[in-house]
Structure formats: C-alpha cells, structure tokens
Design a protein around this ligand. Structure first.
Ligand SMILES: Nc1ncnc2c1ncn2[C@@H]1O[C@H](COP(=O)(O)OP(=O)(O)OP(=O)(O)O)[C@@H](O)[C@H]1O
Ligand SMILES: [Mg+2]
Length: 253
C-alpha cells in the first residue's frame, strides 16, 4: 500500500507520518519517503541520520528530466524488477530503531538552483515503479499544499491521507484533495490533528457540511509540540492511542 500524507502547511503531516509509521511498524514493514523539498525535520523526528537524497544518486536535479522515467527506473531498479527500496545503495536508506526505513527524494538549497519540479517528477516515477510485498506500507510525507497534485505525483499511490488542523483553510484543501482523488479512484482518509476536546464536534459538523468525513482525531499534544520545538525524536507516547484508533478505523491493523 502506498499512502500519500497530504495537507495544508503545518497541519501535522510530518508528525502524523512518523506516528503512523511507528504504529504500523509493529505489523508491517514500513517505508517513509520524504518528498518535501524544503523541510528537514523528518529524520530527526524519526531518530535517524538523514539519508543521502536519491536525486544525488541519479546525478542531481538538473539531469532528472533529461533522464526520463525509463532511465530513472533502470538506474534504481535491479534486473528489470521495478524499484525495491530495500535495494537502494548504502547511505540512501536510514533505518530507525523500530525498523522504519526512511528515504529522501531531495531538497532545494541554493539560490537560483531552479524549481522543485524535477523532484516531484522523481517522486512520481519512484512511486509508480515501486514494487512492494503484501505486508509493506509506504508513507509519503509531502510538501505543504497541493503543488504536488498539479504535478500528478499521486499517480502511483493508492491512498491519500489528508491531515487537517482545526482551520477552515485545512478543510477546504481537504475537500479539493477528496474530490480530485475520488475521481481517480483512490482511497481518501481524513485525520483531524491538534484537536482540543471542545472543537472536535464542531469540526466534524463543519466537515459533514462540506461532504467530508473525519476518519480519525489526534488531540493537541504537548509532547509533539515540544519534540518539534526542540527538533528531537518525536516522543509522543500520549498520542499513540489516538493513532492506534485511527488505524483500526481505517482498517490498517
Ligand atoms: N497533535 C499535535 N499537537 C500539538 N502540536 C502539534 C501536533 N501535530 C503537530 N503539531 C505542531 O505543529 C507543527 C507542525 O507540525 P508538522 O511539522 O508535523 O506539520 P507539517 O504539516 O509536516 O508541516 P509542513 O507543512 O511545514 O511540512 C509542529 O512544529 C508542532 O509544533
Ligand atoms: Mg512536514
């Protein structure tokens, strides 16, 4: 299963990706793909050394479009069998203590180096050609908003998990995501994050009015807030109950 974790900037995509990866890793082999071209906290939250970006293995951002899908797949796949993340060269996968494997697409870092479109194309190509065993799950932590939707990055994934913070803006974006991916026959789940008890029902109601269903709730959690503030391993045992409930609701455990 290939799940794209999407949503408004700051809604909690990276935190929720790590928490879900942890919960899923008890029964599945879990890969986390960092497809955010800007942010750098994900390896820290997971407690691993940042892996080398795949874009570098392929010769850098400038060469991605000229290589095209076939050459990218040939460079990353073994013996024409599609891409198997486990087989990426040493240094391009970092493994956490729970066994979660982190892969990074690439980051924009230098003034005038050009846009992130080649990175989006690389993520799309990787997802489309990724071969998974039945018990393997890939979670893709995306960049904020829906630029990646415009690029069709989701083509190769089967499920969208929209992370929504308690704002009208986040719900409106989730509605666009739902409508887009329903038309493409992909599963759609919505998780409300950073929820204080008082706002859960009003947000559920607002979501309903917008033809959205809240599939799970993660409460506002001081531990998540603090780990993100310090830039340390996500220490959020208190949030794991919420995450386990979500996985049960959506039928992943
Ligand atoms: N459940 C939560 N409770 C409290 N604070 C949270 C929770 N989830 C996330 N946060 C806070 O929200 C901030 C943004 O979280 P996170 O980086 O996971 O979001 P994001 O959607 O990945 O952001 P970006 O769009 O920048 O990639 C964190 O720094 C953290 O302080
Ligand atoms: Mg993030």
């Amino acid at each position: 299963m290939k799940i794209m974790v999407c949503g408004k900037g700051g809604s909690g995509k990276s935190s929720v990706s790590v928490l879900m990866a942890r919960a899923l890793s008890e029964k599945h082999k879990v890969y986390l793909i960092d497809s955010d071209e800007s942010n750098v906290l994900l390896p820290k939250l997971l407690g691993v050394k940042p892996p080398k970006p795949i874009v570098e293995y392929l010769g850098g951002k400038k060469s991605i479009f000229s290589k095209g899908e076939v050459n990218i797949v040939n460079a990353l796949a073994k013996a024409g069998k599609g891409i198997i993340l486990e087989n990426l060269p040493t240094g391009y996968v970092s493994t956490s203590t729970e066994g979660i494997k982190l892969v990074t697409i690439g980051k924009v870092r230098n003034f005038g180096e050009g846009c992130a479109c080649p990175l989006n194309f690389l993520t799309k190509t990787l997802l489309k050609n990724l071969v998974l065993d039945k018990d393997e799950i890939v979670l893709v932590d995306t960049d904020a908003g829906i630029e990646h939707v415009g690029r069709g990055v989701e083509e190769g994934c089967d499920t969208i998990l929209a992370v929504v913070d308690p704002t009208a803006e986040a719900l409106m974006l989730a509605k666009i995501l739902k409508e887009t991916f329903q038309n493409l026959n992909k599963k759609f789940w919505l998780v409300l994050n950073k929820a204080t008890p008082k706002i859960i029902e009003p947000i559920r109601e607002k979501a309903k009015e917008m033809n959205l269903e809240v599939n799970g709730v993660i409460g506002f959690n001081e531990e998540i807030f603090e780990s993100c503030m310090k830039g340390e391993v996500l220490d959020a045992k208190g949030a794991m109950f919420d995450v386990e409930e979500i996985l049960k609701t959506i039928g992943l455990v």
